[in-house]
Design a protein around this ligand. Structure first.
Ligand SMILES: Cc1cc2nc3c(=O)[nH]c(=O)nc-3n(C[C@H](O)[C@H](O)[C@H](O)COP(=O)(O)OP(=O)(O)OC[C@H]3O[C@@H](n4cnc5c(N)ncnc54)[C@H](O)[C@@H]3O)c2cc1C
Length: 397
């Protein structure tokens, strides 16, 4: 059978552009199909990437807007400050990054096709466009984001959290009083746990020049989130809104298939997103590396059964980490604002700021959870009446 391409990638977001670049570098004939005319817009990202990004992808200097070394963690009445000596994460110009990754793919031989994909035939490798045209390929990679058409075509159920964000300018004085600290403004992110928005949280990410991305994800509608953000800003700051954005964060579902026949899913289309924070890019970039290995081998050996190795390797590498994150999320979900205050009070009493500073890692959150378990801290920081429920969540006897 003749195919137009070795691989067709659907979606030229950061993940589609990255996998297409890897595959072109491996000598494959690759096309990426994108429905948007302008890549990277509208912005749907807080743009925070841990320093481990360099192990997973390039990050050009020109898209780095700021770097941070720690966080102020808030509940209604308590604040913890955790930090490392060195920078732990970068704040990026996400739209610029998406464009950089696509240009890199095109410069390396990937063909960009501007069309909306409306259907695929997973058995025959056919990708159909909205103008009734189609192309064929040995393998189709779905990188079509949170509401992936292709994921639903292959039978997956998808669920997402709405997320809303604003770019605001906030006077430094207000930021200092909000943190009850005079530490350098641009060096820290702020996160806020409120009963109302659990299992999500609110974030404040510093750019430079008094500008911040203030956003949240939760179970509420975008309209409710917008109202909540405005109230939050009114209560705490003198501010000016520069832009508003909204998006969705996929909820990881371990029952979903990552591979079916000639189709393979990566990134938000595969809900490869950290359950606690909603961060997706580092895991998805790592998945691009894993997937490109199996895709290249499947094409060289003309055997699409090899693709199943991608799902197996992904699960082996990430399912334990995701499970720990779900346990943390399920525990937080039990708490109301008073309990959250209690939790933070106990964290401070037990000198946990030091432990979080030492063991906290955005990408490997289980390391900190295991340290808490090892030190017997879990039952020192949650209210007594929740012991049984939390013991069940963590599987303690
Ligand atoms: C508010 C918010 C804040 C976030 N903050 C962070 C963060 O700080 N750090 C982090 O790591 N992650 C963050 N994320 C998650 C991160 O943005 C996603 O994980 C990432 O965008 C996934 O990339 P992707 O390429 O899989 O999907 P997308 O970026 O959604 O790209 C999908 C592409 O596919 C195209 N497409 C879709 N359907 C079709 C079709 N039918 N035909 C053709 N093209 C199609 C779309 O136009 C788009 O270009 C955040 C998400 C949100 C919503």
């Amino acid at each position: 059978m003749n195919f137009d391409y070795d691989v067709v990638i659907v979606g030229a977001g950061p993940v589609g552009s990255t996998i297409s670049y890897y595959l072109a570098q491996n000598g494959l004939n690759v096309a990426v199909v994108e429905k948007k005319k302008q890549i990277g817009y509208p912005l749907q990202c807080a743009g925070i990437l841990s320093k481990h990004i360099f192990e997973n992808n390039e990050l050009p200097e020109e898209v780095i807007l700021n770097s941070v070394k720690g966080a102020f963690l808030h509940t209604k009445n308590h604040i913890l400050n955790v930090e490392k000596q060195e920078n732990v994460a970068y704040v990026i110009d996400r739209s610029g990054y998406d464009q950089y990754l696509l240009n890199r793919a095109i410069e390396n031989g990937v063909k960009l096709i501007n069309h909306k994909v409306i259907d695929v035939n997973a058995e025959k490798g056919i990708t159909y466009f909205s103008n009734n045209e189609f192309i064929t390929s040995k393998i189709i990679v779905a990188c079509d984001g949170y509401n992936s058409k292709i994921s639903s075509i292959i039978g997956n159920a998808q669920q997402n959290f709405p997320a809303s964000q604003m770019l605001v300018s906030i006077d430094g004085e207000f930021m200092n009083s909000f943190r009850k600290s005079n530490k350098t403004l641009d060096d820290y992110v702020d996160t806020y746990l409120f009963e109302y928005i659990l299992p999500g949280f609110l974030w404040i990410i510093p750019l430079k020049n008094n500008q911040y991305r203030v956003g949240l994800f939760s179970n509420h509608s975008h309209k409710q989130q917008n109202e909540f953000l405005i109230n939050f800003l009114n209560e705490n700051f003198n501010y000016e809104i520069i832009e508003k954005y909204k998006g969705f964060i996929p909820i990881y579902n371990n029952k979903n298939k990552l591979v079916k026949n000639r189709v393979l899913l990566i990134g938000d289309a595969a809900s490869q997103v950290k359950p606690t924070s909603g961060g997706g890019l580092l895991i998805a970039f790592d998945s691009c590396k894993i997937a490109s290995k199996y895709i290249t081998e499947a094409i060289k050996k003309d055997n699409i059964k090899i693709l199943s190795g991608y799902q197996e390797e992904f699960i082996k590498k990430y399912s334990k980490e995701f499970n720990y994150q779900f346990k943390v999320q399920n525990t937080l979900n039990l708490l109301n604002d008073k309990d959250l205050d209690y939790l933070f009070e106990k964290l401070r009493e037990n000198e946990c700021e030091k432990i979080i500073s030492e063991y906290g890692d955005m990408d490997n959150q289980s390391k900190l959870v295991k340290e808490f378990i090892k030190r017997g801290l879990i039952f020192k920081i949650i209210p007594t009446f929740l012991f049984k429920k939390v013991a069940n969540i963590f599987g303690f006897r």
